[in-house]
Design a protein around this ligand. Sequence first.
Ligand SMILES: Cc1ncc(COP(=O)(O)O)c(C=O)c1O
Length: 401
Amino acid sequence: MISLAERVKVVADSITLAVSAKANAMKKAGIDVVGFGAGEPDFDTPAFIKDAAKAALDKGQTKYTPTPCFPELKVAIAEKFNRENGLPYRPDQITTGTGGKHCLYMAFMALLNPGDEVIIPSPYWVSYPEQVKLAGGVNKIVRGEESNGFKITPDQLATAITPKTKVVVLNSPGNPAGHAYTPAELKALADVVVKHPSIVVFSDEIYEKLVYDGLQFVSFATLHPQLPEQTLTFNCHSKSFAMTGWRVGYVGGPKAIIDAINKLQSQMTSHITSFVQMPAAIALTDPRGAQSIESMRVEFEKRGRHMWERLSALPNVYCVRPQGAFYCFPNVSAYFGKSAEGIKITDAVSFAATLLEQSHVAVVPGNDSGFETHVRLSFATGMGQIDKGLDRIEGFLKKLG
Ligand SMILES: Cc1ncc(COP(=O)(O)O)c(C=O)c1O
């Protein structure tokens, strides 16, 4: 009998996957499902970036490259961090990976020893705790209360820190709730962190460009002179440039940690795909990059406001207004204990499964993000779909009474 490694057992099966597999099967069977599940822009990658990839192929950029990438990409990323974020990283303080997800995983692997604690505010992006477990760390979940816009307070952070704390994860604007910290709120968290110089903050800034209602984005590491030595800043091309399938992520931080990540990467994936490297650099340096991002942002802001207004008008549904990313995260717990067509709703998973089955709308239950009372709806889809889906959700809630 073949036995699998213990580490496979520590990783949770995603309950979200069951819902999305069902939605896909229904679509294949010809059912008109409205999908609010996708965590990716519905826009195409801007044409000038695709053209750069075609040119890279034509130039023969199809061979191994240095680990982690061509120097030009590191330079473009370092300049982006300097110019747009005020982060003084040099090219040797940058590494790249196969998407933001891979960068985060490599960083946990480079830093965590067995038993090291990682503070993760909830609601959280589903992969953080699983990656921590794979790297031998211990998750300390700190609940961001809905009444505080899903944000943790400096007191909560200070209380959660122990001598074993190695990493604090911050994700603003955040998935799954579209919540975002103000500069002052982040500064208050920074003041706690700098009292503990051995802690490394993972600042996941992949939604930095998608901010609404005039919210000002700041990079965490700029908030105290000590923080560049204590922070890894994560970003990627996936969300801002509509490049999810290209798998381009990057991270800036203290050289010693970046070197350690590169050492691991050299024995794992070597580098990201050769012919996406120059297009990734061009996306950051060509002015059309910023223009594309802004036009997508404006559209997301319109959709997000509309979806939030419609959700807020539903009886007994409460939704914190999203300030970034492209997600609404309404609280549907008032409907737990009620039944539709004989099926009892007990938590977000059964809510999502029954909504899909009976009204053909796919949403993501919050359970995998630490909130069993909420569901996530992505507004990375057209206005027509948003209205159609919300009409159906309204009808579903009426059935629940
Ligand atoms: C908060 C957050 N971090 C990281 C990632 C990973 O991004 P990528 O697709 O570049 O791996 C995601 C993707 O959904 C995310 O929402």
